[in-house]
Design a protein around this ligand. Sequence first.
Ligand SMILES: [Mn+2]
Length: 309
Amino acid sequence: MIDEILALIQQYETIIIHRHVRPDPDALGSQGGLATLIKDNYPDKKVYVVGEESESLRFLIQMDSIEDSVYHRALVIVCDAATQERISDERYARGARLVKIDHHPVVDSYGEPEWVNTQASSTSEMIASIYRAHPELTLSKESARLLFAGIVGDTGRFQFSNVTSETFLAASELVKQPFDRQSFFDQLYARNLKQARLNGYVLQHFSLTEEGVGYIKLTKELVHSYGLEPSDASALVNCFANVEHLKAWVLFSEDEEQIRARIRSKAPSINELAAKYHGGGHPMASGATVANWEEADQLVDDLRALCAD
Ligand SMILES: [Mn+2]
């Protein structure tokens, strides 16, 4: 599969790389890491990264803005997006060829080829495996920094169960490059005072049921009262993850149209539950949306039943 994708990259003069909406470090890391891989090794090609900017992750990479006409005869590669509706920038379908690279279970098959490895911790680990399969390729420190960011983000600094020896081998190659790891970690985990205060609120107010389900409901009024936006709340999903007897947990955060549910687990798989609530993801980390707080309670009840088994 790696060779098939490299052959396609060699074949096209223009390559546009997309990833999922509301990007996390793996979405941006795999997108930017792949773009850098191509630029470093095929300097004559035109390579673009597109999608909405993420204010908090701007230090990782900034997006290109391109005309529609650039898609004509371009190769489009989508990283880390399980479904087409999650792809940022709907022009992804306008290229001459569409390729998917992802580590989520397949729920929406798209792309030819579709390279999916659900054993990989992150899409960034998959991109790093291209270098590992082809040691003749140049690995720049910028590419290493981006791919390392994606692996660190999706593994929670190498602590989640998705980490394998492949993950450490990839990371080991990446840290041979002289990027500034200390400042990278400082930037990735930097938190402003407002976020720290909201973190305190979540720790004070989350509920823990006898089945081991933890949950917190954040209304938009509450989040605004801390001077933050609902999207800022997502970073707090793991802030009570280390509490004793916790098996699975949800952070609900209300935005303008709906309530987002970020679901995590250490025991039962929760991606099917997420799918029931218009979402999906990984067995131990998924996202969903509910229309109102009653539906949020239903989701909690379903999760309690899962954890009771
Ligand atoms: Mn990912």
